[in-house]
Design a binder for this molecule. Structure first.
Ligand code: MG
Length: 459
């Protein structure tokens, strides 16, 4: 089977920013968008490194694991550059898109989808535009939890907080899976500069209505600018010109593929939803482990019986002596069990209450790293673990908001790294250069929360 593409691409720095830190690749078999962050051109460098990692090694890719490995290698490269060059400290980038994979065993070529961060890949089929990638962002977690709608996320003051990006954490968690290359499918790959500005129905109108992919890409960028253009905007539109015949249903596709498409980590593909009604697909997306990054689920406290259950002791039954002895033994064992459960529950609650760290303001407005849980657990209150030199007054608005959200971390190091990354309105509050970068614009800065918080682990 031959697979070929038609494509178009457009990018613009927007109406507010004076630099374009987005980057893209659009060549036969490789279509990517990267949204760099870091200021002083560092974001541009990070985005370019991410794109180059795949363009330079495209010929080596024979399965999705290769794609994931290349993205991780790019992550290492960006982290190295970041450590070695002070002007590039804290740079990072998102990365999403499509890679045509030619398996070595002679199987049909497939499309690899890759995603880290909040740039997006959509697929249009039968007139339906469906998002393939799950954003790794703070607002996506709110959407997943049902706290805000996807449309409200576009205007949320913290919409620029990404929970995963290249250049931020090591090892990097990469979403990667494969799809069949179906003739007639169209893909839209874009930075958040498009989706934060333009409502999805308007995007769909252009993607479905404009046949030429280059014209479609340019029109979408123009729309983003007309809607405000607060951010860099990049759009790649890809048509599968030759490929597998369009299938009538999912079963047929699965039969042709030999198996369901899969994630690189072996988990089921949450976006494989050809025939799912939207509600069901949403439910699957909501359980996607990828959507749970940095999302802390509070463990249920074990059920602790506060009163003895209905239990009739032998004493109350007037049973004969031998049975009474057995009854006493049973009663003793029962209470022993209750005591053991209570003791176990105490240990678990205590360990849970004292696990993890979070950052908050003290009563006198200093930034403090606390040990424990933000609101305490039962009679275990959090304690001050590590004071910082930062004060509320020295932080910029977005950093104040970040601290007020009382983010949690699995380690003191991770919490300290977060504090180091807070942006200040002055230049002398920290000795370590910040990892959070304020872009020279009126739009909120893109920031990252380091690493997924394994908040429920007990040390
Ligand atoms: Mg952006």
């Amino acid at each position: 089977m031959t697979v070929s593409f038609r494509w178009g691409a457009a990018t613009h720095e927007g109406t507010v920013r004076d630099q374009n830190e987005d980057a893209f690749a659009a060549q036969e078999g490789l279509f990517l968008v990267a949204d760099g962050m870091g200021g002083h051109q560092a974001g541009e460098v990070a985005a370019a490194l991410a794109i180059a990692a795949l363009t330079e090694h495209l010929g080596e890719i024979t399965d999705i694991d290769d794609v994931v490995a290349l993205v991780r290698r790019a992550n290492d490269h960006i982290l190295d550059e970041s450590r070695n060059d002070h002007s590039r400290q804290g740079m990072g980038t998102t990365l999403t898109g499509l890679v045509l994979i030619h398996p070595v065993d002679g199987d049909e070529p497939v499309l690899g989808v890759v995603n880290v961060g909040d740039s997006r890949t959509y697929r249009l089929r039968h007139g339906e535009l469906r998002r393939l990638t799950v954003d790794h962002s703070y607002v996506q977690e709110l959407v997943t939890d049902g706290l805000i709608t996807a449309d409200e996320a576009r205007f949320h003051p913290r919409r620029n907080i990404v929970t995963r990006a290249l250049g931020i954490e090591d090892p990097l968690d990469v979403d990667g899976w494969t799809l069949p290359a179906v003739r007639g499918d169209r893909f839209l790959i874009c930075s958040d500069g498009l989706v934060d500005e333009v409502p999805e129905p308007e995007i769909r109108d252009v993607v479905t209505g404009v046949a030429d992919p280059q014209q479609a890409a340019e029109q979408l960028v123009d729309m983003a600018l007309r809607h405000g253009g607060r951010d860099n905007v990049t759009v790649v539109v890809v048509d599968v010109a030759e490929g597998m015949d369009p299938a009538a249903d999912r079963e047929e596709l699965v039969a042709e593929m030999g198996a369901d498409p899969h994630w690189a980590d072996g988990a089921p593909d949450p976006t494989w939803s050809e025939d799912m009604p939207p509600a069901e697909a949403e439910a699957v997306a909501a359980t996607d482990p990828a959507a749970d990054v940095a999302h802390e689920t509070v463990a249920e406290s074990p059920d602790v019986p506060s009163v003895a259950p209905d239990h009739v002791t032998p004493e109350t039954t007037g049973a004969p002596a031998p049975k009474r002895r057995r009854g006493r033994l049973a009663g003793f064992l029962f209470w022993l069990l209750v005591v053991a459960i209570l003791a176990g529950a105490f240990v678990i609650v205590a360990a849970y209450a004292r696990s993890g760290y979070f950052v908050d303001f003290t009563d006198d407005e200093r930034v403090m790293i606390y040990k424990g849980r933000p609101d305490g657990v039962l009679w275990f209150d959090p304690t001050e673990a590590n004071p910082t030199t930062l004060r509320r007054a020295s932080l910029d608005e977005s950093s104040v908001a970040l601290v007020e959200s009382r983010p949690t971390f699995s380690s003191l190091d991770a919490a300290a790294e977060f504090v180091t990354g807070l942006s200040t309105t002055t230049t002398t509050t920290t000795t370590t250069p910040p990892t959070t970068t304020v872009a020279p614009t009126t739009a909120p800065p893109r920031t990252t929360v380091p690493g997924p918080t394994a908040g429920t682990t007990v040390p």
